[in-house]
Design a protein around this ligand. Sequence first.
Ligand code: 6V0
Length: 317
Amino acid sequence: MSQSNRSKVAVIGAGNVGAALSFALTMKGEVRELAVIDQDIKKAEGEVMDLGHAMALAYPMQIEAGDSYELCAGARIVVVTAGAAQKPGETRLDLNKRNAVIVKDIVHKILEHNPNPILIMVTNPVDVMTYVALKESGLPPAQVISSGTVLDSARFRYLLANHFRLDPRNLHCHVIGEHGDSELAVWSRVNIAGVSLQDFCSTCDRECRRVDRDHIERQVRESAYEIIDRKGSTAYGIGLALVRIIRSILRHEESVLTVSSLVQGSYGIRDVCLSLPSIVGSSGVEGVLDASLDPDEEAALHRSAAVLREQIEMLGY
Ligand code: 6V0
């Protein structure tokens, strides 16, 4: 890490997510140096020119664009958002295979110029791609993480906060497992300003309906589809979720975030990457909060791990 600039971030992929992340980093003044890399060099250059003009209005930093992985040199964090979108008629497995080829290639190119970064994967299916990046890079598991269900947990907080008419920042609640259809909301641990869900509902005088758990959980799980159906892609939420993770690493905040990383025995699960509440600091994932879950939740987490394990095996790992 001695060669790295502790606040340089490189973003691979200048598409919707890469651009939203770069904009959010610029607006928040989180980094001193930003590199944006895309095989479509004009796209990367266009985004960086546009961001450059915001510099005098936001926070100064150095930004550069290109198609060369040399730009990753010295970055403490490299975020991988490059990937192919699903083609009409293409199966999920075919997309997985295509993105696995892209991710393998990108990871090797990053390491040629930067042997010890923290990798943050975003490309979907993100838990599977995190596993591919881990195996291909040979980096310590703590340093290969993904946005996992950080965004899903934020959606869960937002929806519950709307229900209770409260500030979402006063809600602690997590979505864990796969970032995808088998994910689960951990209702047993919902905490509203220090009060359990059960106690909060029994003392609340707002006369709202009982929390419709299935409805909220379905909304969390399906919101990406709903947004994509309306505007073609999701970007702002994931952009800010990534900024939250990056800040916790660069400032060693040790925030508890549901990033995805290699699970090494929690709840008896091994050799798969999925999201659990994790302590995120300057060396990546520094610990996992794997306190007991309700039996139904633990069973659902095992099912989610099995779904991911099957996808990993289908890629030949
Ligand atoms: P996009 O807008 O199509 O951008 C992808 C970018 O990647 C394009 O600019 C491409 O030129 C570039 N690219 C493709 N292949 C390569 C390569 N080999 N090397 C360099 N650049 C390359 O997609 P968008 O930004 O919307 O999404 C990117 C990925 O993020 C997709 O896999 C999404 O499914 C995934 N998302 C993951 C989320 C999460 O929570 N994990 C959330 C949103 C999107």
